[in-house]
Design a protein around this ligand. Structure first.
Ligand code: SF4
Length: 190
C-alpha cells in the first residue's frame, strides 16, 4: 500500500506568530512562484526538505494539547493540494481553526486543481505574492498587496491582525527557531 506523503520544510507544534492563538504550523517545501525578495528561499526547491507520511504528521497534530488551530505556510501549500486538504480535514475533525498563507490569490486558487477543496476547509487565507516594494510585515501580511480573506465567521480581521509579528523559540535540542511575518525584526539592534 502506498502511503500518502507530504513534502515539508518543517513543522512546529505550537507557535503564536502564525495566526490567532497557539497554532500547529506546517511549512510546505516547494514553491515555483519566485517572488523577488522572498524571505524563505530555502523552501523553493521541491526536491529539498523532507517527505513525511501524512498519517505521521496528522498524528503529531493530534498529540498537541491546548492549541487553537492549524496554519499552513511555505513554500506553497497550494502546490500540494491533496496534502493540504488532508491536514485541514484532520484539523477540522479536532475542532481546530484553519489558516493558510498562499502566494496565489483567492481568485487564482479557485482555478487551481484541488484549489476549491482547500478553500472550502479554510477559515482564513492570507493571499497574494510577496512584493518587496510593498513590504508591510505586520498583521500577518508580508506586503501591502496581500489580503486577509475571512472565509468563515470564525475570526474577525482584528483577531488576525493581532498576531505577533515574530517569535523566537529555543528547542530542547538548543536550536533557535525564528518565525512569524517579520522574524528579521528579532535580529535588529535598536
Ligand atoms: S509565494 Fe511565498 S514562498 Fe513562494 S516565492 Fe513568494 S514569498 Fe516565497
Amino acid at each position: 500500500m502506498t502511503q500518502a506523503q507530504a513534502r515539508i520544510h518543517a513543522f512546529e507544534p505550537r507557535s503564536r506568530a502564525n495566526g490567532p492563538g497557539a497554532r500547529f504550523v506546517v511549512w510546505f517545501q516547494g514553491c515555483t512562484l519566485g517572488c523577488p525578495g522572498c524571505f524563505n528561499p530555502t523552501t523553493h526547491d521541491a526536491a529539498a526538505g523532507r517527505s513525511i507520511a501524512l498519517d505521521e504528521l496528522i498524528g503529531e497534530l493530534g498529540r498537541v494539547h491546548g492549541i487553537e488551530g492549524l496554519s499552513l505556510s511555505g513554500g506553497e501549500p497550494l502546490q500540494q493540494p491533496g496534502a493540504a486538504r488532508a491536514l485541514l480535514d484532520a484539523a477540522r475533525a479536532l475542532g481546530l481553526s484553519t489558516l493558510a498563507f498562499s502566494g496565489y490569490t483567492v481568485e487564482e486558487i479557485r482555478d487551481l486543481p484541488g484549489g476549491p477543496d482547500v478553500l472550502a476547509r479554510l477559515d482564513v487565507l492570507i493571499d497574494g505574492r510577496y512584493v518587496a516594494g510593498e513590504r508591510l510585515a505586520t498583521g500577518l501580511r508580508g506586503s501591502a498587496n496581500q489580503r486577509i480573506q475571512l472565509l468563515t465567521g470564525r475570526y474577525t480581521r482584528a483577531d488576525v491582525e493581532a498576531t505577533p509579528v515574530a517569535e523566537i523559540r529555543i528547542a530542547p535540542t538548543g536550536d533557535v527557531i525564528l518565525t512569524g511575518v517579520d522574524p528579521l525584526k528579532l535580529r535588529r539592534r535598536p
